[in-house]
Structures are given as C-alpha cells and as structure tokens.
Design a protein around this ligand. Structure first.
Ligand code: SF4
Length: 159
C-alpha cells in the first residue's frame, strides 16, 4: 500500500515545487516505494484528483477557478497540507491586497478579465487546512519530518 499523494500549485512562484523536485534527486527510490503520485502536473500528464490521502497545496488563491478547484481537492482528500508561506498566510502572493485605491483602480480591468477574486487569500480562508509547512519556499527539513509523520500515520509499510 502506498500513500496517494496530490501536489497542487496555485498563485505563486512554484519554488516549493522546485524544492520537492530537488529532494527527489536523493530520495526518488525511497519515495517510489512509499508514495503514489496521483496528481502532480510537474511530473506527469495523466492526473487524477480522486481518493487522495494527502493533498499538498502550494500558493494563494486569487481567482474563482482556483477557489473551485481547491474546494474540489478538499472534497477528495483525507488531509490537506498548506505548503509555503503563500498557501499558509497569503503572503507574498497577495501583494495586490495592499495596493492603494488608485493602483487598485488601475489594475481592475486585469482582475475582471481573468475572473480574479477581490482578495488573494490563504487556503484556510476557503477550506479547512489540516497542517501547515511554512517557509518561502517551504522549509525542507520540516517537510521531510512531516512526510515521515504522515507515512506512519497512514500506516504505509515500505514494500
Ligand atoms: S511562499 Fe515564497 S517560494 Fe513559495 S510560492 Fe510563495 S513566494 Fe514562492
């Protein structure tokens, strides 16, 4: 049995995804026995959202489509983990929230065109978040500690 994992990126620079890929350089063969990547568009083109044990979600939520997708992810996973500062707190991806009125007016046509939300929000403003891995990008050591913890929690046995 493997841990069914999804990895998602919303509004952000995707640096935590890069950190994860870098970690794979050393851990690929170990993780291959433990993790089943059901959804990870950086790694594969055939992806499924269904029956995830853990959804790792990077980035803040800035438009309606992202909001709907996040809700769908929440419905399809047992544990949802916010990855990196943008997902955990909204910052720094949420800089436009703090623009003055003149600047906000200036960018409104872009927000309208891409169906953006009024505010860029952390995940927890929209869905229940079970755990947080902070950092900008995510704290590598904390991620590895938590991943070990989840593997034990879901009783995944190294085949
Ligand atoms: S938390 Fe930092 S590294 Fe991660 S997506 Fe946001 S800006 Fe990029």
């Amino acid at each position: 049995m493997k841990l069914n994992v999804g990895w998602f990126s919303f509004t952000c620079c995707e640096d935590s995804t890069i950190v994860f890929i870098e970690l794979m350089n050393e851990r690929y063969f170990e993780w291959r026995k433990l993790l089943n990547f059901k959804y990870f568009r950086t790694l594969k083109s055939n992806n499924s959202l269904n029956d995830l044990d853990i959804a790792f979600v990077e980035g803040a939520i800035s438009n309606k489509k992202e909001e709907e997708t996040l809700k769908k992810i929440r419905e399809n996973c047992k544990k949802l983990v916010a990855i990196g500062s943008c997902a955990c707190t909204g910052s720094p991806a949420n800089q436009r929230n703090f623009f003055d009125q003149v600047t906000k007016k200036e960018i409104q046509f872009i927000l309208d065109r891409f169906d953006n939300r009024e505010l860029v929000s952390p995940l927890s403003d929209i869905v229940k978040v079970d755990d947080y891995i902070s950092g900008c990008p995510m704290d590598e050591k904390l991620f590895l500690t938590k991943l070990n913890q989840y593997v034990k929690e879901f009783e995944i046995v190294n085949a």
